[in-house]
Design a binder for this molecule. Structure first.
Ligand code: AMP
Ligand code: FE
Ligand code: FE
Ligand code: ZN
Length: 306
């Protein structure tokens, strides 16, 4: 381990994350900049996630757990020992009205006060929300809060995927996909929205923490209103994750035109969740030139080279 964990389950900054670390060293592609571990809703530890990425040929990888940086130290250690470059990241929850917006935050300072206060608040609200959902579901199905706790590791960011895993363990549904399509669907009476900042606030927090904000899977459905996207760009949004299996062709083309016109960063990633989703490491990747731009823009932490 590079760093210890505080009781809140957050990694302390290791010397290797120091801002002074040289950031222009050579890295190798292919680069997959969006993967999840058991520190949020992935099913494998950070070390196993990096090993899976390596097995699939990935040579630069980011760990982007939801609303936490607690997996960085283990991932960095595993990645570099495999000869890979590690990119510190996070997927910050945001919300525009009823719609959830995910903001990838690269190279943030993990100890930034403002961002930490926000992620602490989101994680705590996620826990309350999961308990309320479990309570509602338990009226109709044989499932208890302990079943959900059993699906999480200590300090993990809790989400609907953990409730899904509990439903699978109880034999109520076959897999996460079935759970999301039925019991966990937002149209269902069991659903509770989680607290999350609006997308502009999310971008501002990431920028203030020295990080580079990129909207995750931005074209999975109709695009955000132009006014919201513009306000996010004004606040320092760097770009869009355009190569992602959930993006739809026409909205993706529209964002690609915007990205070209404004010279924005464009990324591609797997959004690997271990056994929790069919996504495979390296199924989408980010061009070397774009990785270089992220490295040049990030100020809160540095990539960790092998
Ligand atoms: P939450 O943030 O708790 O509302 O849960 C959303 C998370 O569930 C996302 O981060 C996705 O990774 C995951 N998710 C959404 N839909 C599915 C699905 N059909 N199968 C597996 N995981 C899903
Ligand atoms: Fe997820
Ligand atoms: Fe996401
Ligand atoms: Zn994700």
């Amino acid at each position: 381990m590079l760093a210890g964990r505080t009781p809140e389950g957050t990694a302390t900054v290791a010397p290797r994350y120091a801002r002074e670390v040289e950031r222009d060293r050579r890295f190798e592609g292919p680069s997959d900049l969006h993967l999840h571990s058991t520190h949020s809703d992935g099913t494998e530890s950070p070390a196993l996630v990096m090993a899976a990425a390596h097995r699939h040929g990935v040579r630069t990888a980011a760990l982007t757990d939801h609303d936490t940086t607690s997996g960085w130290a283990e991932a960095a250690e595993a990645a570099t020992s495999l000869g890979m470059t590690f990119v510190p990241g996070m997927e910050l929850s945001a919300r525009h009205r009823w719609r959830s917006v995910h903001v990838l935050a690269y190279l943030i300072d993990p100890d930034d006060t403002g961002l930490r206060a926000m992620t602490d608040r989101i994680r705590s609200s996620r826990l309350d929300r999961a308990q309320i959902m479990a309570d509602r579901i338990s009226r109709d199905y044989d499932i208890a809060w302990d079943d959900i706790v059993a699906q999480t590791t200590d300090g993990a960011t809790v989400g609907r995927p953990h409730i899904a895993d509990a439903l699978v363990a109880r034999g109520i549904v076959a897999d996460r996909g079935e759970a999301f399509a039925s019991i966990l669907h937002p149209s269902n009476e069991y659903y509770v929205a989680l607290y999350a900042p609006d997308p502009v606030t999310a971008v501002e927090l990431v920028v203030a923490a020295g990080g580079v904000p990129v909207i995750a899977h931005p074209a999975g459905r109709a695009l955000l209103p132009d006014s919201v996207t513009s306000a996010m760009l004004d606040a320092g949004l760097a770009g869009f994750e355009l190569r992602h299996r959930e993006n739809l062709p026409e909205p993706t083309r529209e964002l690609a035109r915007l990205a070209a016109a404004r010279d924005l960063v464009v990324t591609g990633s797997s959004d690997y969740h271990g056994l929790g989703k069919p996504n495979v490491p390296g199924e989408n990747t980010t061009d070397d030139a774009m990785v270089q731009r992220l490295f040049a823009l990030g100020r809160g932490s540095a990539p960790v080279f092998p």
